[in-house]
Design a protein around this ligand. Structure first.
Ligand code: AMP
Length: 291
């Protein structure tokens, strides 16, 4: 953070068009300030705020985008139900260190005639790509490309909570020679272990106990690995049992390579346990390094 906060004192904190964003970015560049960007869909919680605080520690300017990206939702009901709390988000983001909020409309991001797609092969295909539909990561790749190109940040901050998204974005940034460093930060959890998510607000009281089975299954796998277990099939069976006993509807539970998201037969250094399950009306994901 600079002493003076936003480079352009007196200008609005929120901008809504790419051209305003570029104008502000040009001023920041003239000041030779380091710029971090934190892409979000809003409904900010401590997980997002940890990313914004980290960005504020490492940069002079922090751009936070808030955009509920329609192209990454394959389920219209999920898109409609997604919480939208812009005024509160702007306040929270600013308090955490954001110096500019980019809050575009869908028409600003995807104007009439928009015809370009961005597809990241390989790493996007399984797990989230398979269960949410192939269009999910295409939507993520497209919006992240547009944001990174528009903001021109030195560093972009993502949460390890969405581990496959991080892997897709790293692949994308490397393949397209994007000049932005991709940084991933650890998952922020509630005291009981539940990974923070904007979707947790939709969990009923009884659902919360069931939801905890995701983090518990990962912890159990970590404990077994620490005790010497290396066989993926046995670890997966044990983890699935924990989710089933709790009443969660498993979409996948797997052990994968953290860069390619290819399944591993044996736990090796860096191996990642990943899980997705439905708890009541809510779809939850979590992950943890196992070794
Ligand atoms: P979203 O608004 O859900 O698209 O998330 C925006 C960014 O915040 C993504 O990089 C997420 O991975 C990250 N994020 C979401 N939840 C958490 C969490 N519990 N801990 C850390 N980062 C998170």
């Amino acid at each position: 953070m600079t002493e003076n906060g936003p480079a352009e004192r007196g200008r609005s904190l929120v901008v809504r068009t790419v051209s305003e964003l570029r104008e502000r970015r040009a001023a920041i560049r003239r000041a030779e300030h380091r710029v971090g960007v934190v892409p979000t869909m809003g409904a900010l919680h401590e997980g997002h705020l940890a990313l914004i605080r980290a960005a504020a520690e490492e940069n002079d300017e922090v751009v936070v985008s808030i955009f509920v990206n329609p192209t990454q939702f394959n389920d219209a009901a999920d898109l409609d139900a997604y919480p939208r709390t812009e005024d509160r988000d702007v306040e929270l983001a600013q308090a955490a260190g954001a110096t500019l909020l980019f809050v575009p409309s869908a028409a600003e991001m995807y104007p009439a005639g928009f015809a370009t797609s961005v597809h990241v092969g390989g790493v996007s295909e399984r797990w989230e790509g398979a269960t949410r539909g192939a269009s999910h990561f295409d939507g993520v790749a497209l919006v992240v490309t547009k944001l990174l190109v528009s903001v021109g940040a030195d560093t972009a901050y993502f949460g390890q909570k969405d581990a496959q998204q991080v892997a897709v974005v790293r692949r994308l940034a490397a393949d397209l020679n994007l000049p932005t460093t991709i940084t991933a930060l650890p998952t922020v959890r509630d005291v009981d272990g539940l990974a923070l998510s904007s979707r947790n607000a939709r969990l009923g009281t009884g659902d919360r106990e069931t939801a905890l089975s995701l983090s518990r299954s990962l912890q159990r796998a970590r404990d077994l690995v620490a005790a010497g277990e290396r066989d993926t099939a046995r670890l997966e069976a044990e983890a699935r049992r924990i989710l089933q006993d709790a009443g969660a509807a498993i979409e996948y539970w797997a052990i994968v390579d953290p860069a390619t998201f290819e399944p591993l037969a044996e736990v090796v250094a860096g191996a990642l346990g990943i899980v997705a399950a439905r708890v009541g009306p809510v779809r939850l994901i979590d992950n943890a390094p196992l070794a």
